[in-house]
Design a protein around this ligand. Structure first.
Ligand code: ATP
Length: 210
């Protein structure tokens, strides 16, 4: 299937659907209605039906969707048959928390290695992940690492992004407030916790949920 035809908003919901379906499948459930899915993932059922129609999954009335069919489709689409290897850069408070967090429990991404510039951190292991010096980035970075998580101070972010550009990394999950400049072949997703919190507080105030 031509994946470019899946709208981005739909693509963003795939991991959500995937996680829920995986749980259903593990509990032995074979089919699910869009109403059940809707309740569980908090997406309205019309949106779910539209999303699923892009995958060629047409639920039958009174039957619902075949859980295992959907699951195998999502697994392929989300590359869950392959482990995506990740490097974490910046082993501060946030970075350390990520190293302890077992991402592979819910999806097939794995932090393989970490980098930091502090001599106190270099040479150690956290959560089984070795920490190397940022100066050794080029030598130590495995060829098969395709994603970087950036948890450095904002002042270091762009310099590190520039280093990443010359490596095999194709995607950056940026937790710093810096707006990074990178070439087109690198995708940056930005998670600015302070901005998200501010937005939440604004929405609570101006769009109260009754
Ligand atoms: P956090 O923001 O994750 O809570 P923190 O407050 O503990 O972290 P920061 O000053 O934000 O510390 O730094 C995060 C980590 O990034 C630290 O471990 C620091 O040593 C590391 N770091 C700082 N500059 C660089 C750099 N240029 N290259 C790699 N790592 C760096």
């Amino acid at each position: 299937m031509d994946q470019t035809k899946i709208p981005q908003a739909t693509a963003k919901r795939l991991p959500l659907y995937y996680r829920f379906l995986k749980n259903l499948s593990m509990s032995g459930k074979q089919r699910v209605s869009s109403a059940e899915l809707s309740q569980a993932v908090k997406v309205d059922s019309a949106t779910i039906r539209r999303d699923f129609s892009y995958f060629g999954a047409l639920g039958k009335k009174g039957y619902g969707y075949n859980v295992n069919y959907l699951l195998s489709f999502f697994r392929k689409t989300l590359n869950q048959d392959e482990v995506t290897k990740v490097a974490l850069i910046g082993v501060g408070n946030l970075g350390t928390a990520f190293l302890h967090y077992n991402f592979t429990k819910n999806n097939n991404t794995k932090i393989e290695m970490a980098f930091d510039s502090s001599p106190e951190k270099v040479g150690k292991e956290i959560g089984g992940v070795p920490i190397y010096h940022m100066d050794d980035f080029k030598e130590k970075l495995s060829e098969d690492v395709t994603v970087a998580i950036l948890t450095v101070p904002v002042s270091a972010a762009q310099t590190i992004a520039d280093k990443i550009v010359d490596s095999g990394i194709k995607g950056i999950l940026n937790f710093t407030p810096a707006r990074l400049t990178v070439p087109d072949h690198i995708r940056v997703h930005h998670i600015d916790l302070a901005v998200e919190l501010q937005a939440l507080v604004y929405f609570m105030k101006h769009y109260p949920m009754d």
